[in-house]
Write a protein that binds this ligand. Structure first.
Ligand code: NAD
Length: 369
């Protein structure tokens, strides 16, 4: 059961349940923090076992978005939505349009986008009912699929990690173990290979393996379990979260962990262990922020040039975080959290001054002066 105690502890502002039996819509939206701006985060569709499981996912994910936006320097807060349902059987135009109408009622406090199992086509249906959505198709003025920009940002984070670890930004001649040949994995694999890296990869989905081979013909496939044992310079998790855990951490034979997957550390203490083992960890929610940066530009008019320039800043921010981690002698994940928290706090502390807007609220009255 959802308890206010939990919301207080984790800092969530608002949790909304929307439902409509006519189209079998069951959605939970969590708005974690809007100090920096409207909460932005994707909608995930998943056949959760029950409401409890969906709720705990949306609370965790929405908090992560607050940190991601803050550290990326965006004027956005954190939020996320989960639709409980089977993406193969339960999707319909009515479901997404109904969801869009509910989103409209939140008055822009939450803006949605794609997440797991939500496609640009689904977003189009939502867009029919509300403008509080991004990741809209390019043909309708949006930015389309964010995966190439997520990959570019991850690549910039990898370059920063290479500079810090090997004294040279280039990935040329470096060996990568890339886990997950999905949308982002394909684009990242191609960037690495085109820039002279050797790529080993794995995936559980044969269709995605075939697509990856087209993107990166020189890559070498290994088994799903073997990926942790590959002697390499960089282990790059691009599938699921929590792959740095008690079972895998002793097997890693790399100098750097840097990939696009969310929540790579099973627990924060695994970040501490990486530091003890002298393995550099590139903060996942910073280096995978390229997709978020890309969609955020839609509201001011998207262009590939603007998106690329913004995503490129991930290189400098990653270096800044490494510097902070060294200076304060704290693990990288802690330094990243601190940077995000400090930015939110500093904006929260700004003193408001009366801006003389009172008269505008009562347009029928005469001005006082
Ligand atoms: P995707 O679903 O297209 O790709 C994930 C791939 O991982 C799939 O090919 C899947 O078969 C594979 N996979 C699953 N379990 C695996 C396992 N045990 N071993 C090997 N492969 C496995 O998803 P995506 O959009 O490429 O996202 C990848 C990761 O990056 C996710 O964690 C996602 O949350 C994160 N991320 C994605 C974006 C984005 O723009 N798409 C943005 C930020 C973060």
């Amino acid at each position: 059961m959802l308890k206010f105690e939990t919301l207080y502890k984790e800092g969530h502002e608002e949790v909304v349940f929307f439902s409509d039996p006519s189209c079998n819509l069951k959605v939970i939206i969590a708005i974690h923090n809007t100090i920096l701006g409207p909460a932005l985060g994707g909608t995930r569709m998943w056949p959760y076992k029950n409401e409890e499981e969906a709720l705990s996912d949306v609370l965790r994910l929405s908090k992560g978005m607050t940190y991601k936006a803050a550290v990326a320097g965006l004027n956005l807060g954190g939020g996320k939505a989960v639709i409980i349902g089977d993406p193969v059987q339960d999707k319909s135009e009515a479901l997404f349009r109904c969801y869009g109408r509910f989103l409209e009622s939140l008055n822009g406090r939450y803006i949605t986008a794609e997440d797991v199992n939500i496609t640009v086509e689904d977003i189009e249906h939502i867009f029919t009912e509300t403008s509080n959505v991004c990741g809209v198709a390019k043909i309708h003025g949006g930015s389309g699929n964010p995966a190439p920009f997520t990959a570019l940002g991850t690549f910039r984070g990898i370059e920063a990690s290479c500079l810090k670890t090997f004294g040279d930004r280039s990935v040329k001649g470096k060996v990568f173990a890339l886990q997950g040949a999905g949308s982002v994995g394909c684009h990242l694999g191609k960037l690495l290979s085109d820039n002279g890296a050797k790529v080993f990869f794995c995936d559980i989905n044969e269709k995605n393996v075939e697509r990856f081979k087209e993107f990166v013909p020189n890559a070498e496939r290994v088994s799903v379990d073997e990926i942790y044992d590959i002697p390499c310079d960089v282990y790059s998790p691009c599938a699921l979260g929590a792959t740095i855990n008690d079972d895998t951490i002793e097997r890693l034979k790399c100098r750097v962990v840097a990939g696009c997957a969310n929540n790579q550390l099973a627990e924060n203490r695994h970040g501490d262990i990486l530091k003890e083992k002298d393995i550099l960890y590139a903060p996942d929610y910073l280096i995978n922020a390229g997709g978020l940066m890309n969609v955020s530009i839609e509201f001011e008019g998207w262009s590939e040039d603007k998106a690329t320039r913004m995503v490129d800043t991930i290189y400098d921010t990653t270096l800044e975080i490494f510097k902070k981690s060294d200076k304060d002698d704290i693990p990288v994940h802690q330094a990243t959290d601190l940077l995000a928290e400090q930015r939110i706090q500093s904006i929260k502390n700004i003193k408001g001054r009366y801006l003389g807007r009172l008269a505008h609220r009562f347009p029928g009255r005469k001005k006082l002066i």
